[in-house]
Design a protein around this ligand. Structure first.
Ligand SMILES: Nc1ncnc2c1ncn2[C@@H]1O[C@H](COP(=O)(O)OP(=O)(O)OP(=O)(O)O)[C@@H](O)[C@H]1O
Length: 258
């Protein structure tokens, strides 16, 4: 059995299905996301990794014709409950995208934006402190502390991605979703983000979509392999990479397809 004790799982997905219009993209996916670990979603292009990731903070809600079925819970609470405040949900479950997408604002304002709209700081001093600590946790403070008033878009790609991570952290999320966060970055910037992910798992639950099996092996403790909209298997990363149970997983990790 793959299911883990409810007390250990931060999020549960049960029989999750997704349709884009007539086309079904996910079929009865059952996946648990354990707390304070990194879960990697891997599989060939078009297998549904990003679709599943977006289910976890209801980002699919904004896609026309997209219909999500089944159940997804956060700390036991149904995140698709009609009464749930989606803005609050997205504060609890932050997201970092493939391409760094800082706002056209200063470095400071990029990080301060979320805390301001959620009324998290009573004074300028408190806001300054949130900005500083978020940039520190994202490993960017020393590089930007002298130029907080300069545009976020003026940073290098890797710095921009760390700024986006700082922006996500600033509202104190519990879960951070990352959709191929290094795909637009060079190897040095990628290594920095991977180190950062490893540090962040002390405080956050992380789910990452990656095309790179090396990256999944380096950063995650749990790995889930998707194929043609089905979750084929998931478990400890080491087990998935050394002794997968399904031959499709074996085929993918040994590079026979994908
Ligand atoms: N907005 C959309 N409208 C219609 N179909 C979509 C949409 N987004 C994804 N799909 C389809 O759903 C399936 C799963 O796509 P998804 O992007 O989740 O896969 P993926 O595994 O993340 O792929 P990749 O690794 O290439 O990013 C694909 O067949 C894709 O064409």
């Amino acid at each position: 059995m793959n299911a883990i004790s409810p007390s250990l799982a931060k999020m549960h997905g049960r029989k999750v299905t997704v349709h884009y219009g007539q086309k079904q993209a996910l079929f009865d996916v059952d996946l648990d996301v354990p707390e304070r670990m990194v879960t990697a979603l891997i599989g060939p292009s078009g297998c549904g990794k990003s679709t599943f990731l977006r289910c976890l903070n209801r980002m699919n809600d904004v896609i026309d014709g997209c219909k999500v079925g089944g159940e997804i819970t956060l700390d036991g609470q149904d995140i698709y409950d009609q009464k749930l405040d989606v803005v609050m949900l997205r504060a609890r479950i932050g997201m970092v995208f493939q391409k760094p997408n800082p706002f056209p604002k200063s470095i400071y304002d990029n990080v301060a934006y979320g805390p301001r709209i959620h009324g998290m700081a009573g004074t300028k001093g408190e806001l300054d402190e949130i900005v500083r600590s978020s940039l520190e946790k994202a490993g960017l403070w020393n590089e930007v502390k002298e130029r907080l008033d300069q545009p976020g878009t003026g940073l290098s790609g890797g710095q921009q991605q760390r700024l986006c991570i700082a922006r996500a952290i600033a509202v104190s999320p519990e879960v951070i979703l990352m959709d191929e966060p290094c795909s637009a970055l060079d190897p040095i910037a990628t290594a920095k983000i991977e180190e950062l992910i490893d540090e962040l798992r002390e405080n956050f639950t992380i789910v990452i979509v990656t095309h790179s099996m090396q990256q999944a092996a380096r950063v995650s403790q749990k790995t889930a392999f998707f194929h043609l909209g089905h979750l084929i298997e998931w478990g400890d990363t080491e087990q998935i990479f050394t002794s997968p149970k399904d031959e499709r997983t074996q085929g993918y990790i040994t590079g026979r397809f994908g």
